[in-house]
Design a binder for this molecule. Structure first.
Ligand SMILES: Nc1nc2c(ncn2[C@@H]2O[C@H](COP(=O)(O)OP(=O)(O)OP(=O)(O)O)[C@@H](O)[C@H]2O)c(=O)[nH]1
Length: 458
């Protein structure tokens, strides 16, 4: 069990076990534990390390006192690797990390257009931009620079795709930005190449201490070219090769269906259905020339435990219309969303052949909604085993859980093998304890997930 040098004795911390190089299956439960009697908890954001026995980082996100969520703090642990014992040093920086937004989308989908829209809008933010151009000439960089008034800094990442060869450069650049310009900008926007798979970029924010300590991932915004995306979604890739267009949709927190001026209404509707089949969690908007409100793309808290509710509640809603833009307004529509949510979940559980008979390469969303309380040990075992065995295929997940003996709801989110969870508000005395989980991933078996989850209920 890990030990913490910081004064968190009163905090009951669940610690994931570390695994040796050849460990494929859990020897002990992947674990979150709670002290039912205290309202002070630590949550664990845990990177399950299957691939290496070298020291890596476990991350724990400490919500601080339950009443003061604004003090969400993070502390990083550098841990030894033995399974049974590890000395963990903790640092607790204040939660003033700089938010970073990833803008992705296939070639020509409108990423630079959106970026220019962001940079030229009147939002008072100082934005540092990281442009990833595939090739030696930074065409996008000059396009952005030419039109920019709001960018504090534009850094080019050339000669490679952010998702593979230049990931190290991304780390270096963000570190340099922070070292040299900290305080001069308050948001980072990263525009990926059209061929980037967002996953490794997302993981960089958790895997790299240098970044994690100073920067928090705010969200993944995916532009979709309504006119051309169909061809890319249809493209059959060889085994083991990802379809970037599908992946970009799957990882998104916000989907912007762009270039709607070039297609008919029925085409847009059919595309939105198809997108929803891949990702039910993201908010979605249709537009042209990337014209969306800035708070739709900046400050969205897509990886923020405190905002999970808005995702799982609105999950399944077809589209963000004007009146659904803001979270506080979405709450007015709870009943509607809830209803739709459950209905949607049902569809996926029993019929994966819905929605125009489209089969994007095995990437889909699965929702589980059911009332009851979980046996903690069983839930730990189930979730832990699932992540150990399937984390490559589970792109993103979010949920709100009811755990037996716990007065608060437990909220969590994950990206592959990174898991982050925390108790949040108390369950209401009259409130039905309804668990909600959404998975987005490859080859998900809805029935199996549903069965596995329900077997953890008391
Ligand atoms: N008709 C139409 N054209 C658009 C729209 N949005 C962007 N464009 C145009 O589409 C072209 C590509 O837009 P960009 O913003 O450069 O797209 P991108 O995703 O940055 O492109 P890459 O960097 O090549 O991946 C440009 O000529 C834009 O002016 C739109 O909504 N409608």
């Amino acid at each position: 069990m890990a030990m913490f040098s910081a004064d968190i004795g009163s905090v009951f911390v669940g610690v994931a076990k570390r695994f040796s190089a050849d460990a494929v299956h859990l020897r002990r439960p992947f674990l979150l534990q709670f002290s039912g009697s205290r309202r002070l908890y630590a949550a664990a954001a845990v990177r399950v390390n299957r691939a290496t026995s070298k020291a890596t980082s476990l991350r724990y996100v400490l919500p601080g006192l339950a009443s003061s969520r604004a003090f969400l703090r993070s502390f990083v642990t550098s841990a030894a690797t033995t399974e049974e014992s590890s000395d963990v040093l903790t640092k607790i920086p204040p939660d003033d990390r700089i938010p970073a937004t990833i803008i992705t989308g296939f070639l020509g989908s409108g990423k630079t257009t959106l970026l220019n829209h962001i940079l030229t809008a009147d939002h008072g933010k100082h934005i540092a931009v990281i442009e990833n151009e595939f090739g030696e000439i930074d065409i996008d960089g000059s396009l952005v620079a030419a039109k920019t008034t709001g960018a504090e800094d534009i850094v080019m990442l050339n000669n490679g795709c952010l998702c593979c060869t230049v990931r190290g450069d991304l780390v270096r650049m963000i570190s340099e930005l922070i070292e040299k310009k900290k305080g001069k900008f308050d948001h980072i926007v990263i525009e990926t190449t059209g061929l980037a798979n967002p996953s490794p970029i997302i993981q960089t924010f958790y895997a790299e201490d240098k970044i994690f300590n100073d920067v928090k991932l705010d969200g993944v915004v995916t532009l979709v070219d309504s006119k051309h995306v169909g061809i890319h979604l249809d493209e059959k890739k060889p085994d083991g090769v990802v379809n970037e267009a599908v992946e970009q949709i799957a990882y998104a927190d916000r989907i912007i269906v762009n270039k709607t001026d070039l297609v008919s209404e029925p085409e847009i509707s059919s595309l939105i259905k198809r997108i929803r089949n891949i990702n039910t969690m993201a908010h979605l908007k249709r537009t042209s020339y990337g014209k969306v409100d800035l708070d739709y793309v900046l400050g969205i808290g897509g990886f923020d435990l405190e905002r999970i509710e808005s995702t799982v509640r609105s999950e399944g809603s077809k589209e963000d219309h004007k009146e659904h833009d803001h979270e506080h307004k979405q709450h007015d529509h709870d009943h509607h969303d809830e209803h739709h949510h459950q209905h949607h979940s049902h569809e996926h559980k029993h019929d994966n052949h819905e929605h125009d008979h489209v089969h994007d390469p095995g990437v889909s969303s699965v929702s589980i909604v059911c009332e009851g309380s979980l046996d903690l040990n069983k839930a730990n075992m189930w979730l832990g085993t699932l992540l150990m065995e399937r984390s490559d295929d589970i792109y993103r997940m979010k949920g709100i859980l009811s755990v037996e003996g716990m007065e608060e709801r437990f909220v969590f989110q994950g990206v592959h093998d990174i898991f982050q969870g925390s108790p949040d508000r108390l369950w209401g005395s009259e409130e039905a304890r309804i668990n909600k989980i959404v998975f987005i991933g490859k080859n998900l078996n809805a029935k199996e997930l549903d069965k596995g989850f329900k077997a953890c209920l008391l």
